[in-house]
Write a protein that binds this ligand. Structure first.
Ligand SMILES: [Zn+2]
Length: 219
């Protein structure tokens, strides 16, 4: 019995280390995406450039969300859902800055924020955790100002959110950094804007990738 237990734990340790090695390899190489003609293009890397006021636990959560966001953005499903996004029966986003869905996809994959000078294929995240006053506790999940890299995350929401929803929030806020906007008020059009549309696509895909299909994330 003891020998069998020992065998099982050794086997478990071997499997764990294989998984870990895979993860390290995956993190060290920049992601690639397959284009329609089968060629490989440079994918997006999600990078946390700065992080303020996060505890170790919160930092870990946001790192997992950034990894989930990266997997989602580089997936084929993301490409097809952005290309096929519809609003009012037309293949388009609301508040699209005059861009087609394919142009929006290309803008996302370029990683070029409005204040950045090149297509670095990198989502640069600068995150600040803040504690709103109690009467505004649940008013907004996060916010940022156009033309500046900072993203402010409400610590009450951060604690309550799943990794997938946090990935969606980061994607939403980062779309603002690409210059996309939406109605301030809760209009019927707002969910079809680029930040809201892309945010929910990312959180849907991250949800599907989470847990059971871990190998998909690693590839
Ligand atoms: Zn927004």
């Amino acid at each position: 019995m003891i020998r069998r237990l020992a065998m099982i734990s050794i086997l478990f340790a071997i499997i764990c280390s294989i998984v870990l090695i895979h993860r390290c390899l995956d993190l060290s190489s920049s992601p690639r995406i397959q284009k329609e003609d089968g060629a490989l293009a440079e994918g997006l890397t999600v990078q946390i450039d700065s992080i303020e006021n996060f505890s170790e636990t919160n930092k870990e959560k946001v790192e997992q969300a950034a990894a989930a966001m990266e997997s989602a953005l580089n997936s084929e499903e993301f490409h097809s859902r952005v290309s096929g996004f519809t609003w009012q029966g037309k293949q388009s986003f609301a508040d699209n800055r005059g861009m087609s869905n394919d142009q929006i996809y290309a803008a996302i994959m370029s990683g070029r924020e409005t204040y950045s000078t090149d297509d670095d294929h990198t989502v640069n995240l600068n995150l600040i955790l803040y504690r709103p006053p109690f009467y505004k506790k649940w008013s907004v999940v996060g916010y940022g100002y156009p033309g500046t890299p900072q993203i402010y995350v409400n610590r009450y929401y951060l604690a309550a959110m799943s990794i997938a929803d946090l990935a969606g929030l980061l994607a939403h806020e980062w779309c603002h950094k690409l210059g996309f906007n939406h109605d301030f008020r809760r209009t019927l059009k707002r969910p079809y804007s680029v930040p809201y549309g892309v945010g929910s696509i990312v959180s849907d895909i991250a949800k599907a990738l989470d847990g059971t299909t871990r190998s998909v994330v690693l590839n």
